[in-house]
Design a protein around this ligand. Structure first.
Ligand SMILES: [Zn+2]
Length: 278
């Protein structure tokens, strides 16, 4: 993958400790108008009800249609939070290298929406869709004001004895022309759980391909790195989904729209289905 795009994900996930928690970025988030989350959640619940009732006819494999239950458990991790977890934690189990526990993330250059709000909105929609398909789904956080470190997020997945850990993020970079989606997983030489590489890579491939097919966005592929502590601490196959660039005005606007969010949700869910062989 292109180096500058890797650098963008670095910004989103805060490998560089200061990158995502600069005072400037915090000020920018505070100054920009933040849409009312309660209204958004309400709209989303209404949409889920419509889908459950089968009115739009587009949901396959829902409980109401087939009664099918699936044995797999999926943990979804909406990236970041409005209250950023403080301090540092090891890069992986037993590691002496420390990373920031969490970062504030990026925000929409056009919409002003903070990344943590977008990731929760999409994760809640994705939870409904996956439950309709028969999966058991757990969210690492279900509100915006809960601070969660990356290790805590991975611990939720580990404790749930989950089969897949899907972390939802959006990207940011200092170039408004950059757009596209990617997924991120560990390398084959991961110092912590290298045995998880083949499954994490397959999960990442399936999700990015289906996401881009459904949403029509640029496919930037899979970035393999062992610098993501939440992935390193996961004892189950894990991937980070960078849905698009909030620093690109068009992609920012798209990701904020109900229609595009539904496309992304369908794509990610389709990728999870393929990963599990459905
Ligand atoms: Zn992020």
């Amino acid at each position: 993958m292109k180096k500058w795009k890797a650098a963008a994900a670095v910004l989103c996930l805060g490998i560089i400790l200061t990158a995502c928690s600069s005072d400037q970025e915090k000020e920018e988030q505070q100054e920009k108008p933040v849409p009312d989350l309660e209204i958004k959640v309400e709209e989303q619940e209404n949409t889920a009800e419509e889908k459950n009732s089968g009115e739009d006819g587009s949901i396959e494999g829902s409980d109401e249609e087939t009664g099918e239950r699936r044995e797999e458990i999926v943990v979804l991790d909406p990236g970041h939070s409005s209250v950023v977890a403080e301090g540092t934690e090891p890069l992986g189990p037993g590691s002496s290298e420390q990373k920031a526990a969490d970062t504030s993330g990026t925000s929409g250059v056009s919409t002003g929406i903070p990344e943590y709000e977008l990731t929760l909105t999409v994760s809640q929609k994705l939870k409904s869709e996956l439950e309709n398909r028969g999966y058991t789904v757990v969210l690492t956080r279900d509100s915006n004001d809960i601070p969660m470190s990356c290790v805590q997020r991975a611990t939720v997945a580990n404790d749930a004895d989950a089969d897949a850990f899907v972390r939802i993020h959006a990207n940011g970079i200092d170039d408004s022309s950059v757009q596209g989606a990617m997924t991120i997983c560990i390398t084959e030489q991961n110092p912590f759980y290298p045995e998880l590489y083949p499954q994490s890579r397959a999960l990442s491939d399936d999700i990015i391909n289906e996401l881009c097919k459904a949403a029509g966005c640029e496919n930037d592929g899979v970035w393999e790195t062992d610098s993501m502590s939440g992935n390193n601490w996961s004892e189950i196959p894990a991937t980070i989904v960078e849905m698009g660039y909030m620093t690109n005005p068009e992609e920012d606007q798209l990701m904020a729209s109900e229609e595009y969010q539904n496309k992304m949700v369908q794509g990610i869910a389709n990728g999870i289905d393929i990963y599990f062989g459905y």
